[in-house]
Design a protein. Structure first.
Length: 254
């Protein structure tokens, strides 16, 4: 799909978007009741771009997250991830793409309590290899780079209960990045953190987009936290109401 992309400044570039959403709609049904969660959502994102999605509860942010991550299918419209149309992939193909191309960072960390930080990162690599025709060895050089980037090198052999909230979230980010995904989806990654750790996590996400050329989409209810992004998509009632530039600066949350 030949879709032009635009830089933050509005100047057209030759970069092929890695995400192209066109008129995405998602309706949940319960008996005769229909609840539209997404209404004709259209946007694109380039490789290495940091996009924040902002809106109040019920605005459709999380539903968009699930659709982009292949966790649920849109009711209407089209979604292309790295040139492949999600709706035309089989369940197995979508699962493989999700494992190899998309990394997830959640508000609640979702670390396995019985494993060390290292074990939580390694298991993400093992899961990505499930069903792969050719098993890829764990990239130790990348693991060491991520440990340094996230500031957790000295904490890799600690279990989650022995880590602070900020350290757990940084481990979760390293886990999301260890498979070298093209896209990182972060759902309220600073929601359970204090100001200092929130700033650190936001900076880590920005560095992953800049240094690893990964496209980061961060969902947040906080417009101030979103300012670190290249672009900010404001959602309400299942629609993107407007898009603006971010400042690229880490700011404090209330």
């Amino acid at each position: 799909m030949a879709t032009p992309s635009f830089s933050v400044s509005g100047v057209q570039t030759a970069t092929q978007p890695i995400i192209v959403a066109k008129d995405l709609g998602k309706t949940y049904r319960s008996g005769k009741l229909e609840v539209p969660a997404l209404r004709k959502v259209s946007f694109s994102a380039d490789p290495g771009e940091f996009v924040a999605v902002v809106g109040p509860s019920g605005s459709g942010k999380s539903t968009l997250f699930y659709v982009l991550g292949g966790l649920t299918q849109a009711t209407s419209g089209s979604l292309f991830i790295d040139g492949a149309e999600f709706s035309k992939l089989s369940d197995i193909e979508r699962t493989r793409m999700r494992r190899s191309r998309i990394g997830f960072v959640f508000q609640r960390f979702n670390l396995l309590p019985t494993l060390t930080a290292m074990g939580n990162i390694e298991i993400a690599h093992d899961i990505a290899n499930l069903g792969a025709a050719e098993k890829k060895p764990l990239d130790r050089a990348l693991l060491e780079h991520l440990a340094d980037l996230m500031g957790i090198r000295g904490r890799l052999h600690h279990r989650p209960s022995e880590l602070s909230g900020g350290e757990q979230q940084r481990v979760a980010i390293a886990r999301a990045l260890i498979t070298r995904p093209s896209i990182v989806l972060a759902d309220e990654p600073t929601g359970n953190l204090d100001t200092k750790n929130s700033d650190a996590v936001l900076e880590m996400l920005r560095r992953s987009s800049r240094e690893l050329n990964q496209t980061v989409l961060m969902i947040t209810h906080n417009p101030e936290a979103a300012q670190i992004a290249d672009r900010i998509l404001y959602m309400r009632d299942g629609e993107i109401k407007h898009i603006e530039k971010g400042t690229g600066a880490v700011v404090h949350e209330d």
